[in-house]
Structure formats: structure tokens, C-alpha cells
Design a protein around this ligand. Structure first.
Ligand code: SF4
Ligand code: SF4
Length: 501
């Protein structure tokens, strides 16, 4: 009906002088944008289906294609933007909840970009990372409050199980189901090569990936999909997912059309059924309940594996973290409101939660104030975009960071934000075999290794410039940070001074 017509968001610009009608774009596009018109003997496009994933642009052999944003004719203003108007139309047409993927795109402040890093000058020498040792290895887990010695003066080993990271970066939870087999394999192999960890998310562990167990964090979420004894024992650590930055307060949803035979077996659910995990864990209503699950999991794995608890960054995150630290967990993972997802209700993704920078600073300070910082390691995620964000996070108090969107970008994601449709043309957020095979795990894992290696080089360079030679010395070193353009209140929560002070 005309009332619902929306002018397409993107336009396909085809240079017919260059187009040789090879139809590669038609074959590459799972959204069926391109087609050959026999009447006019040339390629045409149905632009209403284009999501700007740029697969066709990248693979066109003659560089004949360009995708541009349309200059649509909404009579918009600062309040009623084109996006706001079109969302009302879509909901009036369907009566449904709007779904989105990837992280919160709204123009809230990005605090990483308002924090500057110190460098040594004159009185405190910098360190040359090419010539002097620089340590970016880190260990996650409880640290002993004091060193114990026996009667002969020998050290008594009292260290809880630790995760050793050669670089302070891990791949965040992305389930098999929300992303493809080849994407999981790429992450797993990269984690092994880098000496770090990837995370199963709430989708269980495919039998082929048990071999990567020493570099795998297995997740236990409210749906308990794919959770069994062998699964718990396969991982290097177990993560209890209480919340996720993209959708705090609600559970996960994998649409039935993505649940094929392999996913069904791995998740232990019937084929073709929606995998909807409940919003809360139905056995957890207090920190005491959480503690029970932590110790059940430790008991089930003979107290050999650290337990992580993942929460979303919300208003009272510092108090929640204080409780989590007392639950017996070894590591707390905090996911900021920019954290990505394969599918989330748009309103929740864009309006619920708080920035990871503020959450991290508040949590680290609270744990220090209560004298329990050493009882738990802190890992943060939710849009860590580069090595500078990583360094700032560690200086604000993190032990390490989780990355996911950056990892997917390394695999070829073009941030078209339509993962929920299952038609990812880059073979990442899809289960369609013809699309999955487009992502080559040899290439994917190498690109992930390259990305994290590059960040590690940059991290060492920046640390050297600051006169710091270990993550240990950088962690929580807020004196090394200055804010710019921030209010007194923001600076006080971040625990940093303003530039010039
Ligand atoms: S891929 Fe390029 S050359 Fe081939 S049909 Fe499409 S636009 Fe034309
Ligand atoms: S993973 Fe695929 S579908 Fe999702 S945003 Fe990236 S390119 Fe688009």
C-alpha cells in the first residue's frame, strides 16, 4: 500500500560503460538486489533490498558499482528524523517489535575519544619497545591477598586457577548459530595462535571445536543451550552470562530459520525451533543464588577452571560488581551499551545501559574502596575499536578487554547491521551453506591474528612512550589519563584530571 512506501535507503550506481554483465553481483547478493534484464539486455537493481554490505562493490571485476546513501525526501527535522519517521511507518505496518543488530549507533558521548594519554618528557624517560623488554602478557583470576610460606620458608602455592593471556585481548561471546561455523573456526584458531581465548556464547560447542578447548571460554546462559559435563570440562574457563550490553535485562533469541541440523545438535534443541533464552536465570534471584551456580560449576570441574560472570553495564553496576566479587567468581566481565549483538529489540539496544568507560571506572573504584579488587579480575567490552581504547581501558582499571565487532570487521564484516536476517553476504552471521563457505577460516584466522598483533605493537609503543613496561604497571594508572571537554562530574566518575591539570 502506498502509505507504507519508503524510498530506499541506498542507491546502486552502476557505470554501464564498465559493466560487462558478468552477473557476479547477482550471484554474490543474498538479498537479491541485482538481476539481469533480458528485455534491455543489461543489469538492473531492486534498491529497496540493498543493505549496503558492499559485497557486490568489492567483487565487481570492473569496479562498475558504487552504493550511495539516497537523498530521500522525508520532510524531517531535528526531532522527527527520517529514522524516527520510518520506524513509525514500519511499526504501523507490522504491529511488531523492531529488531536490529550490532551495537548502539546513537550519538551518545564516546568517552574514549575524550580521554588523552600521557607521554614521558625530560624527567621521566620513555622506554623503547624495540630495544627493551615490554610485557603485555597478563593473568586473569583471583590474586592471593598475601604470600604464604611453610616452616622451611618455601612458598605455599595458593593461587586460584588463572587464565594466561599473551595479549590483553580476548574474543567476546558469539554463539554458533548467531555466527557461522567458519567464523567460529576462525576465532578459535586465532585465539590459539595468539595465546588468548575465544568464547562460545550461549550456543554450545560444536564437536569439531573441542580440539580448541584450552583456548575456549564456554558460556552458561539462562537457556543452558548445549551445556553438559563434557562441554564444561572442554573449556579453559566457564562464563556465566547474566547480561549483555546490547540488550540488558532480556534474553537471547535465535530465530528458528537459523536452527539447522548442526546447530540443533550443538544446542540440544529441536531443528527449526526458535532458541529463546529466558531474561533471568530462573535459579538466580540474589548474589547467594549466583554463588551457588558459581560453586556448582567449580565443583563440576574439580575447581580447576576460573569462573567468569558477564553482566551488562547498567546504572548500579558498581554495587552489582561488588556482589559478583563476593560470589566466588574469579573474573567479572562488563559489557557496555555499545556492545554488539546478532539480534536485539532496537529500543532496548539504543536506550538501555550505560557507557563502558563510566561503568569500568565506577567498578574499579568501588572494588578498590572495598579492598576486594584483587579478589576478581575485570574484563570489559562493548566497542573497543583500537589499541588506544584498549590502553585507556586498562589505565582506567581493566585487566583485559573483550572484542567482538572489531573481530568481525577483521573477518570481512562491513557493518551493514542486518545480521538478524541470516543473509550475511560475508559468510559471518549466516547459516546458509553457500554463504558460510565465502569465509575461509585460513584467511579469517590470519586476519584476526594480524589485527591483534598490530594492536599489541601499538600498545607497546604507547606504553613505552608513557615510560611503562608492563600491563601490571598500566592497570588502573589513571594518572596517565586526562579528560578533554568533560564536566567535573564526568571527570570525577572517571577518576581522571582535565587536560592541563
Ligand atoms: S559485477 Fe560488476 S561487471 Fe559484473 S554485472 Fe555486476 S556491475 Fe556488472
Ligand atoms: S556480520 Fe554480516 S550481516 Fe552482520 S553487520 Fe557484518 S556484514 Fe552485515
Amino acid at each position: 500500500m502506498a502509505i507504507d512506501f519508503l524510498y530506499p535507503q541506498y542507491e546502486v550506481v552502476r557505470n554501464y560503460d564498465r559493466c560487462i554483465a558478468c552477473r557476479a553481483c547477482e550471484r554474490q547478493c543474498a538479498n537479491e538486489v541485482h538481476f539481469y534484464d533480458p528485455e534491455f539486455q543489461k543489469m538492473q537493481a531492486d534498491e529497496s533490498k540493498c543493505v549496503a554490505c558492499h559485497r557486490c562493490v568489492s567483487l565487481c571485476p570492473t569496479r562498475a558499482l558504487k552504493i550511495v546513501k539516497t537523498d530521500h525526501t522525508f520532510k524531517e527535522n531535528a526531532n522527527w528524523t527520517g529514522k524516527a519517521i520510518s520506524e513509525v511507518y514500519r511499526q504501523a505496518g507490522t504491529g511488531g517489535v523492531l529488531l536490529s543488530s550490532m551495537g548502539n549507533p546513537e550519538p551518545y558521548p564516546i568517552y574514549w575519544d575524550k580521554i588523552l594519554i600521557n607521554a614521558s618528557q625530560v624527567t621521566n624517560p620513555s622506554i623503547d619497545p624495540l630495544r627493551e623488554p615490554m610485557e603485555t602478557r597478563t593473568f586473569l583470576g583471583k590474586k592471593p591477598g598475601k604470600i604464604e610460606r611453610d616452616a622451611d620458608g618455601n612458598l605455599v602455592p595458593n593461587l586460584s586457577p588463572q587464565l594466561e593471556l599473551r595479549v590483553p585481548v580476548m574474543f567476546s561471546a558469539m554463539s554458533y548459530g548467531s555466527i557461522s561455523y567458519n567464523a567460529h573456526e576462525s576465532l578459535a584458531r586465532a585465539a590459539c595462535a595468539l595465546g588468548t581465548y575465544y568464547n562460545t556464547g550461549e550456543g554450545g560447542l560444536h564437536q569439531d571445536f573441542y580440539q580448541y578447548g584450552p583456548h575456549t571460554i564456554v558460556q552458561v546462559a539462562s537457556g543452558r543451550f548445549g551445556v553438559h559435563k563434557d562441554y564444561l570440562e572442554a573449556g579453559a574457563a566457564i562464563e556465566i552470562k547474566m547480561g549483555q550490553g546490547a540488550k540488558p535485562g532480556i534474553g537471547g533469541h535465535l530465530p528458528g530459520h537459523k536452527v539447522g541440523p548442526d546447530i540443533s545438535r550443538t544446542r540440544m534443541i529441536p531443528e527449526g525451533t526458535d532458541a529463546i533464552s529466558p531474561a533471568p536465570h530462573h535459579d538466580i534471584y540474589s548474589i547467594e543464588d549466583l554463588r551457588q551456580l558459581v560453586f556448582s560449576l567449580k565443583e563440576a570441574t574439580a575447581y580447576k577452571k576460573p569462573v567468569l560472570i558477564k553482566i551488562a553495564a547498567v546504572h548500579n553496576v558498581a554495587a552489582i560488581a561488588s556482589g559478583v566479587a563476593r560470589s566466588g567468581a574469579d573474573i567479572i566481565c562488563i559489557d557496555g551499551y555499545r556492545g554488539g549483538t546478532g539480534a536485539a529489540p532496537t529500543r532496548i539496544r539504543d536506550n538501555v545501559g550505560i557507557p563502558i568507560e563510566l561503568a569500568l571506572a565506577a567498578v574499579d573504584q568501588r572494588l578498590r574502596d572495598e579492598g576486594i579488587r584483587d579478589q576478581i579480575s575485570v574484563v570489559v567490552g562493548g566497542s573497543i575499536r583500537n589499541a588506544a581504547d584498549l590502553l585507556k581501558a586498562i589505565a582506567l582499571g581493566a585487566d583485559a578487554c573483550y572484542i567482538a565487532t572489531s573481530a568481525l570487521l577483521a573477518l570481512g564484516c562491513h557493518l551493514c547491521r542486518t545480521c538478524q536476517t541470516g543473509k550475511c553476504n560475508w559468510g559471518i552471521a549466516t547459516q546458509r551453506p553457500e554463504l558460510v563457505k565465502r569465509l575461509n577460516p585460513d584467511i579469517g584466522s590470519q586476519r584476526l591474528v594480524n589485527l591483534v598483533t598490530a594492536w599489541d605493537h601499538e600498545l607497546k609503543e604507547m606504553m613505552g612512550g608513557m615510560g611503562i613496561n608492563s600491563i601490571e604497571a598500566l592497570r588502573g594508572n589513571r594518572l596517565m589519563l586526562r579528560g578533554i571537554g568533560l564536566s567535573d562530574r564526568e571527570l570525577s566518575i572517571l577518576g581522571i584530571k582535565h587536560a592541563g591539570e
